[in-house]
Design a protein around this ligand. Sequence first.
Ligand code: SF4
Ligand code: SF4
Length: 391
Amino acid sequence: MGTDDAADFTRRLKAQAFGLGFDLVGITTLGTPATRARFDTWLEAGHQGEMGYLAGEGAELRRDTRRPHAGATHAIVLATQYGGRAPSGPVARYARGDDYHELLRERTRALHHWLEAELGHPVNARPYVDSGPVLERDLAQRAGLGWFGKNTMLINPTAGSFFFLSSLFFALGSEVALVVDDPFAADRCGSCTRCLDACPTQAFTGPRVLDATQCISYLTIELRGAIPEALRERIGGLLYGCDVCQEVCPWNGKFSKPVTELAFASRKSLEGKDARSMALWLLSLSRSEYSTAFKGSPMKRAKLRGLKRNAAVVLGNVGSAQDVPSLISALSDEEPLVRGHAAWALGRIATSAALPAIETALLSETDSAVRAELSAGAESISVRSSPSESK
Ligand code: SF4
Ligand code: SF4
């Protein structure tokens, strides 16, 4: 295959990807990620927290993109915008619509089928959509799609960073050649530090180093247990994920796009709800109401107990005396995690009307962590109740 043929085939492959709905497309070879050493240092520091799949065997596979899929030589890396222009809210933008995994996997598979049809034989290939052992941002930088911002996101100079990354790994035979893209070499953050300064929990230990254990996205989505008390207040009104370090980025201010993919548009059930009303709604959900409301939603990753835990934290931050009855109901939730965080929230709202309910809950509560939260909540109310209220 000559150079012209390779260029033509590459152009048609990319055109096919754009035609399928991908917004950015790059092609690269596989090999050792440029950020491999940084990744190892990050793991050694324990910044991955409970995301154990990133360490051990998962780390071994991530240290070389030739490892996850045997025989693969190239990857086509694909970015899909999810609506960075949408207003801020209690749920991160990426999670407001339908789960992106299956939609993007289908599109990536369609690209695979196109490759096979063009070449006239089966092609050894595998799609990855934010789920395989691949350092996807590294791969995207290698495929020319952007640079690593100081907020650790991949930033594209014409699209910002509010996009999903997916890729198709494939084995290219000798009968066909592709023109691979040059890695994106520039760092266009310059002297800007807006993302580092704006992070509510100061989760960056430095530029491009995120301690996930301090990040609101991790705390509200990945963390299965209790949110460390020292971080709860800083979560403010964020119920699921956090976009702050992307929102403040000037590249998003200038280049992020409105949502065009219907599947990623906000669900009706989330629309028009501020942090408080959404928290109250979440706390009120039965299991079957939750299953109906969140069918096909990425928010199911936190499970109902995680969403209710987050809702209690948000009410503790932005709620008022009006929300005390909902939090008192949550003291009898089947999940200790929810009961404990509801007790904390009652302690924060600190109205003496909650004291009898906390004392009653203490009589029957058997979970030691919840008992500790209840006692701390009661003490907080005693200390913080205003003299005027107790009259
Ligand atoms: Fe900080 Fe939010 Fe960015 Fe996490 S997502 S690093 S909490 S600004
Ligand atoms: Fe880079 Fe500034 Fe954007 Fe942070 S906010 S990623 S420093 S350009």
